[in-house]
Design a protein around this ligand. Structure first.
Ligand code: OGA
Ligand code: NI
Length: 370
């Protein structure tokens, strides 16, 4: 089966290579080049010029339905969910979840809350503008503004959301109530997702939660204004997240892309769904079984686009823990055939390396490789 399928695919690829060759020869034989096409007033860019590597890929990232029936079939359904997550984490480092338990009304209101804040009167908004991302609610444009080669077409509001949100009186009216509610819901969902990920790694369901993988959370509300020249800039440069996992809510505009087998694949907005992606710390503790994948956001002429990212991280700030947390590959995942590929990393050092580089520089994972 597999063999004949493969032959058929190769056959299809050969056919398409052959027809491309014919078209290239036809074009070459005109001897008039691209100028000739333009002089002939072609309405569309001919097929031979279409760059399928940059966009328009037909692939889509996996969608996992988290609905558990309350019947005897529950165990089998859970095995299927865990299997789906394992495959997605090995192949893509990205998946979307539906039926995750957070009501759609809360998702919509969270997007509106981020929008209301970014569209506040400038004089009110300005009071929150700071590059200190730890001490309270903040507004900032580009964390890596002074380190990146080009600035990104994006503003960001946010705050630490776990272990605790800032006191309510420090949160702006425009977004306070929904921020508190959404953060509560995401905390609940992160527990569930970390359980499923533990099982997908073949570990006890509680393992990643006990390791503190969701103990610290940073919540960001991105605002990507409509861009007059989307082809010359970027919304978020190509990067991997430092987190264990990131839970992302996006509106219906689109623009998020993930790198899959060297091609950028659109993460299609899906009403009611949340995107989950793995960060570098999960790749480290899973000893490369699961992957943290590059992603980016391309700007658009339409907008604003709004997204809300919740990064699940260990406790890293002063006062959170007495001794600095250290993470290495989880011992149960190691064996003679599967020796550790990372040394133990002090996560404060890990985060420092991550945030002191431009988003477009290599991930700190390289730094901790054996
Ligand atoms: C991020 C990120 C994607 C988005 O905040 O790390 O990748 O869609 N955001 O805003
Ligand atoms: Ni990211």
């Amino acid at each position: 089966m597999a063999f004949s399928e493969k032959r058929e695919n190769n056959g299809a690829a050969e056919d398409s290579n052959h027809s491309r060759l014919i078209k290239l020869r036809e074009f070459d034989d005109t001897k008039l080049g691209v100028k000739g096409l333009v002089d002939a007033a072609v309405a569309k860019v001919p097929e031979i010029y279409l760059d399928h590597s940059s966009s328009g890929s037909v692939l889509t990232i996996p969608v996992i339905d988290l609905k558990h029936p309350n019947t005897t079939a529950a165990a089998a359904v859970r095995r299927e969910i865990v299997g789906g997550i394992r495959g997605s984490c090995e192949e893509w480092g990205f998946f979307q979840v539906v039926n995750h338990g957070i009501p759609e009304g809360i998702l919509d209101e969270m997007i509106q809350g981020v929008r209301r804040f970014h569209e506040l009167d400038p004089e009110i908004k300005k009071r929150y503008y700071t590059r200190d991302l730890i001490s309270g609610f903040f507004l900032v444009s580009n964390f890596d503004l002074y380190r990146s080669a080009a600035a990104s077409w994006r503003d960001t509001m946010g705050c630490v959301a776990a272990p605790d949100l800032p006191p309510p009186e420090q949160l702006p009216d425009a977004t306070r109530d929904i921020l508190i509610e959404y953060s509560k819901q995401v905390k609940q969902l992160s527990k569930t997702i970390l359980e499923l990920l533990s099982e997908a790694l073949g570990l006890e369901p509680n393992r990643l939660n006990q390791l503190g993988c969701g103990a610290g959370q940073l919540l960001l509300g991105h605002y990507y204004p409509a861009c007059p020249e989307p082809e010359v800039t970027i919304g978020v440069t190509d990067h991997t997240d430092a987190s264990f996992i990131t839970i992302l809510l996006q509106d219906q505009i689109g623009g998020l892309q993930v790198l899959h087998r060297n091609k950028w694949v659109d993460v299609q907005p899906r009403k009611g769904a949340l995107v989950v992606n793995l960060g570098d710390l999960l790749q480290l503790v899973s000893n490369d079984k699961f992957i943290s994948v590059s992603h980016r956001v391309v700007p658009k002429r339409i907008g604003p686009r709004i997204s809300v990212a919740c990064f699940l991280r260990p406790l890293i700030h002063k006062g959170d823990t007495d001794s600095p947390p250290v993470y290495g590959p989880i011992p149960e995942l190691l064996s003679e055939e599967n020796p550790p590929v990372y040394v133990e990393a002090d996560v404060r050092e890990f985060m420092r390396i991550h945030s002191s580089r431009g988003l477009d520089e290599p991930s700190p994972l390289q730094h901790f490789r054996v």
